[in-house]
Design a protein around this ligand. Structure first.
Ligand SMILES: [Zn+2]
Ligand SMILES: [Zn+2]
Length: 327
């Protein structure tokens, strides 16, 4: 099978590998669509998580079941499915506490095992969901991005009737803003730089920089220390900052200001089993999440797809790589 393998910083190579064999609890999936994530671009540029190379990247994908392990009885060849990349070990202290998404021995597609920028990939069956008929594979590939955005909103506490600031106009900021609107936030303000991207989020107020003391909740959905500071300044007393994006460096904090205003800062990383909620969101016409995927390019045009995801902020949001419908 053809795959995109990372071999070093900035080095992504089209090569051939054997089709993987599913283990007893696994599903072998013939890829139909895999979306490019900001984290793929970061991995490729400077490998911040220290992925052991060579590695097939790609962790947001949907496809057709090609084969099942003997214990993966809920699936059968031919079913259209989407995969979540995180594989909790089930045995560590965090897994035992019910925090599989914070697992100390977490497996992750495209990180410790080969991912989905490939004609086939394998995932443990409990991390796979059947796709509703009306959800195309390019949208199904958003299962995990939507699940982690649901986590970001959940970590904010109830957003219903409250003012929410989302810092960042990328695919994650866009999805988070849509979910906050869908969950009945009073006002959703999105701060970003790209008019194209800001113009693609219905039902929100868009701004270049966050107004101070304007939000009950601020959600950091851009990897910027300046944006993190703005998010804190945007909070009202008793407000809560959700740190959804990883930051490139430490941020200096005025904890006295936090004390005086009784504010909170929480993290949001991966998601607590929100696959089924995410699946419902993918087929919710109100959320219109298909609008997140602005481009779908066939696998043969993968260099163009990566360039567009990296440099095309003025014309692209999420870029999908697609594969033939039939094997
Ligand atoms: Zn991702
Ligand atoms: Zn674990």
């Amino acid at each position: 099978m053809q795959v995109l393998q990372m071999r070093g910083p900035g080095e992504l190579v089209l090569t051939t590998l054997p089709v993987p064999t599913p283990g007893p609890r696994d599903v072998l999936i013939r890829t139909l669509a895999a979306t490019i994530c900001t984290s793929d671009l970061h991995d490729l540029a400077r490998n911040p998580f220290g992925i052991a190379l060579p590695r097939v990247l790609g962790h947001e994908a949907a496809g057709v079941v090609a084969a099942c392990g003997e214990e993966a009885r809920e699936f059968a060849p031919g079913m259209r499915v989407a995969a979540h990349p995180v594989v909790p070990c089930g045995g560590c202290a965090e897994c035992a506490r019910g925090f599989g998404h914070l697992c100390a021995r977490m497996g992750h597609l495209g990180n410790d095992r080969d991912g989905a920028f490939a004609e086939y990939f394998v995932q443990r069956a409990d991390r796979v969901r059947r796709l509703p008929e009306q959800v195309p594979a390019t949208v199904g590939a958003l299962l995990e991005p939507v699940a982690v955005c649901l986590q970001a909103v959940a970590r904010a506490g109830a957003v219903h009737g409250r003012d929410v600031l989302v810092a960042g106009d990328g695919p994650f900021g866009n999805i988070i803003a849509r979910l906050a609107v869908g969950q009945g936030a009073r006002r959703v303000i999105v701060a970003g730089r790209e008019p194209f991207r800001l113009g693609r989020i219905p039902g929100v107020i868009t701004v270049k920089s966050a107004p101070k003391a304007s939000a009950d909740v601020s959600i950091l959905a851009v990897s910027s220390t300046q944006a993190a500071v703005s998010c804190l300044e945007a909070l009202r007393p008793r407000g809560r900052l959700v740190v959804f994006s990883a930051l490139p460096e430490a941020v200096a904090l005025d904890l006295t200001s936090l004390h005086l205003r009784e504010q909170e800062i929480v993290g949001a990383c991966n998601d607590e089993e929100r696959l089924d909620d995410a699946l419902r969101c993918l087929s919710d016409p109100e959320l219109a999440l298909h609008e997140i995927v602005t481009h779908a390019l066939p696998f043969a045009r993968w260099t163009e797809a990566f360039a567009l995801a990296r440099d095309g902020h003025d014309r692209a949001l999420k870029v999908a790589i697609t594969f033939p419908e039939t094997a």
